[in-house]
Design a protein around this ligand. Structure first.
Ligand code: SF4
Length: 340
């Protein structure tokens, strides 16, 4: 059990899951992991026969289990959680109440962490959150909230330097007089990436990236539609779909950085490389969005949530760094950023 004062985004008290009316429930295409305690608690529940059979068929210990990542709820052939009812509600929650759920299902898309600065973020991968972020044009702000979690929230330390770099990144990304890509470039420069690579190198990275996600449940439907490689045109198109695109996208990015703990990204050894990851993340989002059809605003929201589902729940930074070194081999250029 954890009770503390957490730094949260200002919208935090207004966030609510849409439940059965969600178009893409968070358990779609994503196998939920359970702690050791949760696994054995689930196994020992006295449930009705059909639910028990589902759990036996789909919940299995991981090959190299640890206390925190012990087992997994595998998804069905259709890529859904096997415990979803026909009305797209969780059968386990309906029968046994919220307390029976694994913590990730109870608290997702919230991401609490303890440490020198307790923080609780919310993931951009949830459509309700994207809609909430898109409901205001104001720069995202933060506040303190007293929160309780009925599990031990993991610890993640932040250094003063990382907090300062994060604040500056928020400030640079929130300037809506610039395009989002220019803002991301400025963040990367501030963190020590000189971004002096040639267009051929950038194109090599952007053509290799989709290949790494062909099997991603959230991104696969958007791949293979060709690539624009023209960020200006992509931003114009996104502004037609959403006239407040720069403001809304700035809110999304600041929220994303807070969620991931930027610039201290997992698997990324330096802030300058984190800056490069951010730059290519924005570039990839724009590049992928350009050939898409967004006949309704909902479709654009879905695309955005799907994109960030990949960005926040896959090892995107590590994939990008390996794509960068492959692109270096292909182009013969040595262009990874110079460390400050
Ligand atoms: S994606 Fe968001 S709105 Fe949809 S079920 Fe998950 S938490 Fe609820």
């Amino acid at each position: 059990m954890t009770r503390d004062t957490f730094l949260v985004p200002d919208y935090y008290p207004s966030f609510h899951c849409k439940g059965g009316s969600c178009r893409h429930t968070c358990c779609s295409g994503w196998s939920v992991t359970l702690t050791e305690d949760e696994y054995f608690r689930l196994e020992s529940l006295d449930l009705e026969k059909s639910l028990k059979e589902k759990i036996e068929a789909y919940v299995a210990p991981l090959p190299n289990p640890t206390k925190d990542r012990y087992a997994r709820i595998n998804f069905t052939y259709e890529g859904e959680c096997p415990l979803l009812s026909l009305r797209r509600l969780c059968r386990l929650q309906l029968k046994e109440g919220e307390n029976a759920l694994p913590s990730v299902c109870r608290y997702y898309p919230r991401g609490p962490r303890e440490g020198s600065r307790p923080e609780c973020s919310v993931s951009d991968s949830c459509e309700a959150l994207v809609e909430l972020l898109f409901s205001s044009e104001k720069p995202l702000a933060f506040r303190k909230e007293e929160l309780t979690f009925d599990f031990d929230v993991p610890k993640e330390e932040r250094t003063e330097k990382e907090i300062e770099l994060q604040k500056e990144a928020f400030r640079l990304l929130s300037r809506t007089e610039n395009s989002p890509l220019l803002n991301a470039k400025d963040v990367a420069r501030h963190l020590g990436s000189d971004l002096s690579f040639s267009p051929a190198y950038e194109e090599a990275v952007l053509s290799l990236l989709p290949l790494s996600f062909t099997r991603s449940a959230s991104l696969a439907p958007y791949l293979g539609k060709g690539s624009g490689f023209d960020p200006r045109k992509a931003e114009q198109k996104l502004s037609q779909v959403d006239p407040s695109f720069p403001n809304h996208f700035a809110r999304l990015l600041v929220n994303h950085l807070f969620f991931t703990g930027f610039p201290a990204l997992e698997g990324v050894p330096s802030p300058s490389l984190s800056g490069l990851v951010l730059y290519f993340l924005v570039r990839f989002y724009e590049d992928l969005s350009y050939p898409q059809d967004f006949p309704t605003f909902d479709r654009y929201v879905d695309y955005t949530a799907d994109f960030f589902r990949m960005a926040e729940h896959s090892n995107f930074p590590e994939v990008l760094l390996s794509v960068l070194s492959r692109a270096e081999q292909e182009t013969g250029e040595t262009l990874l950023p110079t460390e400050k």
